[in-house]
Write a protein that binds this ligand. Structure first.
Ligand code: AMP
Ligand code: ZN
Length: 471
């Protein structure tokens, strides 16, 4: 499998760190609001990665975090250490507790996540459930001498880290310079613009709802430390994949790397995958434009969330994609057509003994599909291959089998459609019976027919092939 690695900015051949198993971490949402369809573009790309790895016979260990503390309103490109805590701010606005806010939006997130048929991680790791681990990691960074204290917290010293370890800070980033003060005032106590908070003190002027004791005083973790602490806890000091939206490439991920590598001395993550932002009507999603749509908006307009899934898959995750309601309408129509065809193919269960040429054709189609998804998750090309196959002259039952196989990646729930499905083992028995008959082994072939009947199906000969029916 080939994958574009943001670390090095090139396509690489994928090699897992450990044979047979791949460990993946995705930066999840900050749960102060509903996740937008933009957020879900990123989680869908991660889901396609997981599904492709499984399709290629790897075991996958998948963890996603839920940020329920410490992500401040300063923007993600440079000053997420300044401003207000997003959860506490929303709690004030809604007149609820911070804990109620995060619980409410976590539940909403998981519901949407399921509606998009995204692969459940082994664990949704919550930052507030891992305060101990985060304090411990900050303590280890401190012991290495890479921290300093300001009036509002404990900071990571990026220059010192570079000087003492010989490692470079911010290799992932494509920014020339960190953009400080984009939304809130610049923090003048920082020694270098790239330095970032590991632990923040609770302000003396007001009582925070979420705060903990620490060796440095009462406060809360900086935004970045949770990901280093939790990913290393569950996936080890070095693991295979880390996924997030393109904004995280600039500071959040470089900071995660610095935090982890400063204490382990090992490469934190081998492959970094970043997803290009979704736009809406050609513009950045923003509250002021009123275009921050979520899954409920899709459902309220009568669309199936899986139509959004289909729409997203028609673009490559590194290409920009523009959401419009017209595009969703078209995706919804196409998905309905695909479902209708799937049902139609399934109902035509007639098998024909295939010519060598057709058998080869099916094999080639299957390989073509695999080569697209394994080429940096090229879902648009994989979808084009699927439609080419559906238009081809291979038997319906083979189209059906291929569709179900491809759906392991597409995740459009084609297997779950209404109607009778013929189990694979019944088809295998029917094939065996056909072969025995062709070899003149009639007694044996009748025994197989009886076995098929015992399992609740009937097989009838027809025009050199056969039909299978549920009794
Ligand atoms: P947040 O809740 O802001 O921490 O974002 C959660 C994830 O969604 C991060 O990986 C972001 O990079 C990603 N994300 C945010 N907005 C978009 C967007 N418009 N398109 C794709 N991914 C996004
Ligand atoms: Zn993260």
């Amino acid at each position: 499998m080939k994958i574009y690695n943001s670390l090095g900015s090139k396509i690489e051949e994928f090699e897992p760190l450990e044979e047979g198993i791949v460990k993946v971490y995705t930066c999840g949402p900050t749960v102060y609001n509903y996740a937008s369809i933009g957020n879900f573009r990123t989680y869908l790309a991660a889901d396609i990665l997981i599904r492709t790895l499984k399709y290629s016979s790897y075991d996958v260990k998948y963890v996603m975090n839920l940020t329920d503390v410490g992500h401040l309103t300063g923007d993600n490109l440079g000053d997420a250490d300044t401003g207000e805590d997003r959860i506490e701010k929303e709690a004030k606005k809604e007149g609820k507790s911070a804990w109620d806010i995060s619980k409410f939006y976590i539940d909403a997130f998981i519901k949407d996540y399921e509606r998009l048929n995204l692969t459940k991680p082994e664990l949704f790791a919550k930052a507030t459930d891992h305060i101990k681990e985060q304090i411990e990691l900050v303590r280890r960074i401190e012991q290495k001498g890479f921290t300093y204290k300001t009036s509002d917290g404990i900071y990571f010293d990026t220059k010192r880290y570079e000087q003492e370890t010989g490692r470079k800070y911010g290799e992932l980033s494509t920014l020339d310079k960190i953009k400080e003060g984009a939304r809130v005032e610049v923090n003048n106590e920082k020694q270098n613009p790239e330095d970032f908070a590991l632990w923040k003190f609770s302000p003396s002027s007001e009582k925070r709802q979420m705060e903990w004791d620490s060796p440095w005083g009462v406060g809360f973790p900086g935004w970045h430390i949770e990901c280093s602490a939790m990913s290393m806890k569950y996936l080890g000091e070095s693991f295979d994949f880390h996924v997030g939206g393109e904004d995280l490439r600039q500071t959040h991920h470089p900071n995660e790397i610095a935090q982890a590598e400063s204490v382990t001395g090992k490469t934190f993550v081998k492959y970094w995958m970043h997803v290009t932002f979704l736009k809406v009507d050609g513009k950045k999603m923003s509250k002021s434009l009123g275009n921050v749509y979520r899954i409920d908006d899709i459902v309220d307009k009568g669309y199936d969330p899986l139509a959004l899934r289909y729409l997203f898959m028609t673009s490559h995750y590194r290409d920009s994609i523009n959401f419009t309601w017209d595009a969703l309408e078209a995706a919804d129509t196409t998905l309905k057509k695909l479902r209708k065809l799937t049902m139609q193919y399934r109902n035509e269960t007639r098998r024909v003994t295939l010519s060598e040429e057709k058998r080869q054709k099916i094999e080639n189609y299957s390989q073509e599909f695999g080569s697209h998804v394994e080429n940096d998750l090229d879902t648009p090309k994989a979808i084009a291959t699927m439609w080419k196959i559906l238009k081809s002259n291979i038997p319906s039952i083979d189209k059906y089998d291929l569709l179900l196989d491809f759906d392991e990646i597409f995740g459009l729930n084609l297997r779950g459609l209404e109607g009778v499905e013929i189990p694979k083992e019944i088809i295998e028995l029917a094939e065996k019976r056909m072969q025995l008959r062709n070899e003149g082994e009639y007694e044996e072939s009748d025994k197989v027919r009886e076995e098929i009947q015992k399992r609740g199906f009937n097989v009838k000969d027809r025009n050199g092939g056969y039909d299978i029916e549920k009794v």
